[in-house]
Design a protein around this ligand. Structure first.
Ligand SMILES: [Zn+2]
Length: 260
């Protein structure tokens, strides 16, 4: 089984000194690629370092909605430089979070749209965070002409209607360890509704630890738990889910200078 973990933060300082062992375990578990997403200007050098150390680690850079308030004046130029010099495969993590960061709504939208336009200019897909902002996310994507180079809605927590809406906009839908929680019926329903051509898997390491694995931190090897839950919910085999999601992810995120 070859697995593609489409959303991680391996540059996270909580993982410092643990990444070598973690990547060895990931390899043994069949994880042959993982997208490493930056969240703010300060962690972009860390993303670059991880992506240079491990062939499986594909870099993405972006500003997460939680960090829009501490941007430098030249952040957008700096982002473009990072995306180009490291041959990034995506812009991310970007998005809207009206649950945790209500008061910065306008600024979040401004920063998100700027990154959406940059991604389009550089012909890159996006890794998108969306919490309690579904209607607005759809509006902004429509207003900006959709996702011509694709994108993934990471750790999807929306409704079945939103699955359909995002698929029409050209987005992929990615499921995390939250799907493994028995009580999370809304996510299970959504996971059943996604079409094979749009399905992705992720861990969001080091967060969102799946059920039945020992923590405290999540890691790419545990993406197999998400595969297990998806196979269960969709009435499919592990092998088939692995293959479908590998093919989707490698069509969406690929490194121009490396072959996976
Ligand atoms: Zn994330």
């Amino acid at each position: 089984m070859k697995l593609f973990d489409t959303h991680t933060h391996l540059q996270d300082l909580r993982l410092e000194k643990k990444v070598d062992e973690m990547m060895a375990r990931a390899q043994r578990a069949g994880v042959a690629a993982c997208l490493v997403c930056g969240t703010r200007q300060e962690d972009w050098p860390g993303v670059l370092m991880v992506s240079e150390s491990f062939a499986e680690a594909l870099p993405a850079y972006g500003v997460h909605p939680w960090f829009v308030k501490d941007l430098s004046v030249d952040w957008l130029t700096a982002l473009a430089v990072f995306l180009e010099k490291s041959r990034a495969v995506a812009v991310g993590e970007v998005g809207l979070d009206f649950k945790v960061e209500k008061e910065s709504r306008e600024l979040q939208e401004e920063v998100f749209v700027a990154q959406l336009r940059l991604a389009k200019d550089l012909r890159l897909p996006l890794s998108i965070h969306c919490r309690k902002a579904w209607g607005r996310m759809v509006e902004l994507l429509k207003q900006e002409g959709g996702l011509p180079y694709g994108g993934a809605i990471h750790s999807f927590s929306g409704s079945v209607e939103m699955v359909r809406e995002f698929e029409r906009l050209g987005a992929f839908i990615s499921f995390s360890g939250s799907l493994t929680r028995p009580a999370n019926l809304k996510v299970k329903k959504a996971a059943k509704a996604v079409s094979n051509e749009r399905l992705l898997i992720e861990t969001d390491s080091p967060d969102i630890l799946p059920e039945n694995v020992s923590g405290p931190l999540n890691e790419p090897a545990y993406v197999v738990e998400v595969v297990r839950s998806l196979a269960d919910v969709r009435g499919d085999t592990l092998e088939s889910i692995a293959e479908i999601t590998w093919n989707n992810a490698s069509t969406l995120f690929y490194r121009r200078d490396k072959t996976l």
